[in-house]
Design a protein around this ligand. Structure first.
Ligand SMILES: NC(=O)c1ccc[n+]([C@@H]2O[C@H](COP(=O)([O-])OP(=O)(O)OC[C@H]3O[C@@H](n4cnc5c(N)ncnc54)[C@H](OP(=O)(O)O)[C@@H]3O)[C@@H](O)[C@H]2O)c1
Length: 354
């Protein structure tokens, strides 16, 4: 299952908030080796350390800091690329790389809802990778594009998956409390976010993503096409003065009623398929349910299992729907770079890359 030697990989948009997480998580990865870093005109031709406003606590790995940033338009001779580009740049660059024979694991929203592109969380819908044969055939690409969901969508869908399978989720009302790192760097101005909460992200776009992406993720694939799950979702998003870690307050209507105890057990007992559990970046268990009345909290729970774990708490009855709870995960690890790396590991484990 592991590759016989480390696979060279590219990071597209390596200097940004998510690009830096890729650098950090890939620097000592057992299967992948960073071979190419790309950026915009601003950075091309310069050493990575010189052009990157590094925002992580650990220093830039020395061997990476001296690498020269390459143009995103030059497709490299690598089997895998990780995408951390703004959506408008991903729209142009990712198909070029797929056409050049590269499997692109993207964070951008550009192709998430494309009917030929898997929107993947390995613990949730690994079977959706079956669309890749049709994608490659119809687009004429020797490579491919695989996307991971919006960072708040991932947080919510991790908890929804076991509940939907066991009890049938029919309705969801969700309010998110999203960290500032989700806006990239420099992101939200300090004068806007300090001592404050902003009740909008992306001018409604973030709410659209949380209302639509779960339907694809929890949907079925048959005859090489996706059928969306039928769940009515209403989302409200907020940006809060937290550095990392998106929190969501969720209320669910279920087809088959479940007590809070049954729902909590269902989420803690949830396990990924065996092939996913053995991947290097897989969390020890997908969801940890906390019994304390004041958890989850971003500062205390976001780093669970190296930032790949999801924490649920406050599972209780809801007066409007059936159940409510709070769920949290790390937005730039589980919700972005770490999620995309797990996607790439699954591509390798399934023998699609390498
Ligand atoms: N932050 C999160 O929590 C999060 C979570 C999930 C998904 N995402 C998605 O991930 C992507 C990256 O987000 P981010 O927060 O890392 O953004 P960011 O901090 O603004 O970084 C953007 C990156 O793209 C590069 N870039 C900008 N314009 C470019 C161009 N014209 N050509 C080539 N490269 C260009 C930048 O390079 P230079 O520095 O050289 O200009 C930088 O490396 C976005 O699509 C975002 O929606 C973010």
């Amino acid at each position: 299952m592991p590759p016989s030697s480390k696979l060279p990989v590219a990071i597209l948009g390596a200097t940004g908030a998510v690009g830096q997480r890729f650098v950090q998580l890939l620097a000592n990865h057992p299967w992948f080796e960073i071979a190419v870093l790309t950026g915009s005109e601003r950075s091309i031709g310069k050493p990575y350390a010189e052009v990157t406003r590094w925002i992580l606590n650990e220093p830039i790995p020395p061997a990476i800091g001296t690498m020269i940033v390459q143009p995103t338009s030059d497709v490299a001779d690598v089997p895998l690329a990780f995408g951390a580009l703004p959506t408008e740049n991903a729209l142009e660059a990712e198909p070029q790389w797929a056409k050049g024979g590269v499997f692109v694991c993207s964070n951008a929203s550009a192709f998430r809802m494309d009917p030929l592109v898997p929107l993947l969380i390995p613990e949730v819908n690994p079977q959706h990778l079956a669309i890749l044969e049709r994608q490659q055939r119809e687009r004429g690409w020797p490579g491919a594009i695989v996307t991971n969901p919006n960072c708040a969508t991932i947080t919510v869908v991790m908890a929804l998956k076991p509940l939907h399978d066991a009890f049938g989720v029919e309705r969801m009302f969700v309010t998110t409390l999203q960290a500032v790192s989700g806006a990239g760097y420099p992101g939200v101005a300090s004068l806007d976010i300090m001592d404050n909460i902003i009740p909008n992200i992306g001018n409604g776009g973030e709410e659209d993503k949380i209302e639509t992406e779960p339907l694809k993720l929890l949907g079925q694939i048959g005859d090489e096409a996706f059928q969306n799950a039928k769940i009515a979702i209403s989302a409200q998003v907020t940006r809060v003065p937290v550095l990392d870690g998106h929190t969501a307050a969720v209320s669910l209507g279920l087809a088959n009623k479940a007590s809070p105890e049954e729902a909590a057990a269902c989420m803690s007992e949830f396990r990924a398929p065996q092939i996913v559990r053995n991947l290097p970046s897989a969390p020890t268990q997908p969801i940890v349910v906390r019994a304390e009345a004041d958890r989850p909290q971003p500062r205390r729970d976001r780093d669970l299992f190296g930032g790949m774990g999801t924490t649920v708490g406050r599972v209780r009855p809801c007066n409007l729907h059936d159940l409510k709870f709070v769920v949290l995960s790390h937005n730039t690890i589980r919700g972005a770079a770490g999620g995309a790396i797990l996607n790439a590991e699954l591509l390798v484990a399934e023998g699609r890359v390498g």
